[in-house]
Design a protein around this ligand. Structure first.
Ligand code: CS2
Ligand code: MN
Length: 327
């Protein structure tokens, strides 16, 4: 497994910290729009990749995908967004960036009801409580959309984008809906169970259609994570891993430090070994620790430094076992 950090595409102290931790791979969003360049222009993506490379960091995953508001809601304008999506895939092929992590959460993205709950030692964690949003107004101009409508929008999108991903040999890594609840402010969230994630794999069987195994989100679904890893991993469907944990259920949970959540992390690492996963893993959401500003919840630095050390320890332990088996 190759450890990456989620990094900005402009020089940042995070680049140096990542290198100091021994991290050589990067996951990044498309660069911000500037100098008349759109984030998805070839030149903008080239600069992003090369700037990271100059700092010794290999850009391996783009996350999240370019704008797909209209695609997800099935609104006019989705065809233009699909064209941009295809251009991103073509640019990734030209730049040798193998994985695109996208999700199908219309508008809201990941959703929390607080970013400042007190966790271990007073560190601030994000949390979600569905009872606080049950009476919230509809989320978008599209009104209420049920499961079937979102599945239709997903199919419309995949019918057009997957063939280009295949042609470009870029892997599409679907991130589950976070939180994985049936619907939020009137919009269905279809990727809320391992079963539905699997359905997406069955609907579009392809070496370029796979998942982002976001451990925290699958944990909120109530799934057994090592089993999920074995299921998708043995089918070659894990393209990218988010290493994180929570405590609770889909409708009410809080995030935790990586070593204190409800998942058996050691068993997860063992499961990745068993299925031979050798792709990119990045630390996902970490608590805000003492002294940190807190304007970047889940993505401040100290918690990610801790998570990286913990992950490295688990991997080392796994390798020690593997070497013993091989003797
Ligand atoms: C995440 C997201 O919710 C999650 O599990 O992985 O925070 C993700 O990092 C952002 O949406 C950017 O892709
Ligand atoms: Mn995630």
């Amino acid at each position: 497994m190759k450890i990456a950090w989620y990094l900005p595409t402009l020089p940042s102290v995070k680049w140096q910290i990542a290198k100091q931790l021994g991290v050589d791979y990067a996951v990044a969003a498309l660069p911000p729009e500037r100098y008349y360049m759109k984030p998805w222009d070839f030149k903008a993506m080239l600069y992003a990749k090369q700037s990271l490379a100059d700092a010794g960091l290999k850009l391996e995953v783009i996350e999240p995908a370019p704008p797909h508001y209209h695609i997800k809601l099935g609104l006019p304008g989705r065809d233009q967004e699909i064209e941009i999506f295809k251009n991103v895939l073509r640019n990734m092929a030209a730049l040798d960036i193998p994985v695109l992590c996208y999700n199908f959460m219309p508008q809201s993205g990941w959703y929390r009801t607080s970013f400042s709950k007190k966790g271990r030692g007073g560190a601030l964690v994000t949390c979600f409580d569905n009872s606080l949003v049950e009476k919230a107004p509809l989320l978008t101009e599209a009104g209420c959309l049920d499961d079937e409508q979102i599945w239709d929008n997903y199919k419309y999108f995949m019918d057009r984008v997957l063939p280009v991903a295949e042609e470009c040999k870029v892997k599409l890594a679907l991130h589950p809906d976070d939180p994985p609840i049936p619907s939020l402010q009137g919009i269905a969230r279809i990727f809320r169970s391992a079963e539905n994630m699997d359905r997406a794999m069955q609907l579009f069987p392809s070496d370029y259609n796979g998942i982002t195994l976001c451990q925290g989100t699958f944990a909120a679904m109530g799934e057994n994570i090592p089993q999920v890893i074995e299921y998708f991993g043995s089918r070659g469907k894990i393209f990218f891993v988010h290493f994180r944990d929570i405590r609770g259920t889909a409708s009410c949970f809080e995030e935790t430090f990586h070593d204190e959540g409800m998942t058996d992390m050691k068993a997860c690492i063992e499961a990745y070994r068993k299925v031979g996963f050798d792709g990119i893993v990045r630390t996902d959401h970490a608590p805000i620790m003492a002294g940190e500003g807190g304007d970047n919840p889940a993505y401040e630095m100290l918690g990610h430094i801790f998570a990286t050390g913990y992950l490295k320890g688990l991997l080392e332990e796994r390798d020690r076992h593997r070497n013993n088996y091989n003797k």
